[in-house]
Design a binder for this molecule. Structure first.
Ligand SMILES: [Zn+2]
Length: 461
């Protein structure tokens, strides 16, 4: 829990006394806010099984290739058989959901584009939607992995392309979360999806993001899992299963005009909604998963690369990518072969299922905490009527959820993570810290302690 630190900023005795007064209030309230794990989320995280993750990946590999250009009609080999198998599992899980989960293959036809699609192709995302229990709450959270796989030549639709890690790991995480979470209920809706066409230029995720925008889905957050089940480098001898990267963009595609000026003027380039989501995944993930550090990378994806979160970012949704710390390029996008004693190819034997278990836990804990939390507080403002060395924030209750209280978050401008988490049951707070020197945000909390994503205050007069 946070330890209050008195900032020596006082000039007058009056201000000093005021600071001391607020300081004592914070100390008092914060003493009650030792954050505990929510037992339900802890139980779900414990249920994640490395054996089950391994079984999913073994089966995915058995389809030979899952190239988006491979057969969609063959019952045993190709992407069509693979997507039917994923949906069949989703349907099995749905039996325990009291009718709240539905599953289907969401299909479209992608015309030949002269680049990575040479003939019109039937593309299908394997989807499961776990409906929220609160009919007034339209929030949606998405967890994704990509079903398709590839070898060296992205147009090769026949060679064996096991795709155990890229992205069997992401699909297995999505399936395991669906298996465990479908048995529970959440106020908000969760979509579990194995998209297709990633290697062919993010086709399935673009199709889904377009659909989301057309249908006006209120997507609060999207977690894209791609390459996260093996953590060793092919260049240097690193084997480390204690760190997972979360990539997030700083400036959003929707940051244009006055919004972008605001970002520049207030120094908010490190406070985009996706960056807040990355911080959230780090805090909540690490709260529930032991021996794993979530490492934030201030970049939307790896250098010059993209992923299935990219189309969602382009549509203005908050989205991040989760990827292992060290990738092994001998095992990624490679024809299966041996050369000079090196085995190339994305095979299950290179996987670390215990590492994948922990990474799945980061996803599950974040998703569950989000879907259980109230929605975000509304109209969060920082008072700017008078110049002061203190900071007054006020806000309105969220639209949905059983809000019991709020956390006011605070960090120094150079800190990557929130440093103080101040509990309050009010909708206004004055802190003896200057808005010139700190960033602030507010989260809603329910009676169990599940917190919403944070909202950065706008200037209020
Ligand atoms: Zn991938």
């Amino acid at each position: 829990m946070w330890i209050p630190k008195f900032e020596p900023q006082t000039i007058t005795m009056k201000k000093w006394l005021f600071s001391l007064f607020v300081f004592s209030l914070i100390t008092e309230t914060s003493a009650q806010t030792i954050i505990k794990r929510d037992p339900e989320i802890a139980a779900m995280v414990k249920e994640i099984s490395p054996d089950s993750l391994k079984a999913y990946i073994t089966k995915l590999v058995s389809f030979g290739t899952r190239s988006t250009l491979s057969s969609t009609t063959d019952k045993k080999r190709g992407v069509g058989a693979a997507r039917e198998w994923v949906v069949q599992h989703f349907n099995d899980f749905a039996k325990n959901s009291n009718g709240r989960m539905i599953a289907y293959v969401d299909t479209t036809t992608i015309p030949a584009d002269g680049r990575r699609v040479d003939v019109a192709t039937n593309l299908g995302n394997a989807m499961a939607i776990l409906k929220g229990t609160d009919s007034n709450d339209d929030r949606i959270y998405i967890i994704s992995g990509h079903l398709d796989s590839r070898v060296t030549d992205v147009m090769n639709r026949t060679a064996d392309a096991p795709g155990a890690n890229d992205d069997g790991s992401g699909v297995a995480a999505v399936m395991e979360c669906a298996r465990i979470m479908s048995k529970r209920s959440f106020p908000a809706t969760i979509i579990f999806v194995a998209v297709s066409g990633e290697e062919q230029s993010l086709l399935g995720s673009t199709f889904l993001a377009n659909e989301a925008k057309t249908k006006n889905w209120n997507i609060d957050a999207m977690l894209n899992n791609d390459i996260m089940g093996s953590n060793n480098s092919n260049e240097i001898n690193i084997i480390d299963n204690t760190r997972l990267r979360v990539f997030s963009e700083g400036i959003s595609a929707s940051d244009t005009g006055r919004v972008l000026s605001n970002v520049r003027n207030l120094g908010l380039e490190n406070d985009s909604r996706s960056r807040q989501l990355a911080r959230y995944v780090k805090e909540i993930g690490e709260r529930y998963v032991d021996n794993l550090e979530v490492v934030m990378v201030y970049r939307s994806d790896r250098f010059l690369r993209g992923g299935d979160h990219t189309p969602f970012l382009q549509k203005g949704y908050a989205a991040v990518r989760l990827t292992e710390m060290n990738e092994n390029y001998n095992h990624q996008h490679q024809d299966l072969r041996s050369d000079k004693g090196i085995v190339y190819g994305d095979l299950p034997e290179f996987m670390d299922f215990e590492y994948l278990r922990k990474n799945t836990g980061i996803n599950l804990a974040s998703l569950a905490n989000l879907a259980k939390s109230p929605s975000m507080p509304q109209d969060v403002r920082v008072e700017v009527r008078n110049l002061t060395n203190s900071t007054t924030l006020n806000w309105k209750a969220p639209k949905n959820g059983k809000t019991q209280a709020y956390y006011v978050l605070m960090r120094e401008t150079t800190s990557p993570v929130w440093q103080k988490k101040i509990f309050t049951t009010e909708t206004t707070i004055t802190l003896p810290y200057s808005k010139d020197n700190y960033f602030f945000a507010v989260q809603s909390i329910n009676d169990i302690g599940n917190e919403s994503l944070p909202v950065v205050p706008a200037a209020g007069r």
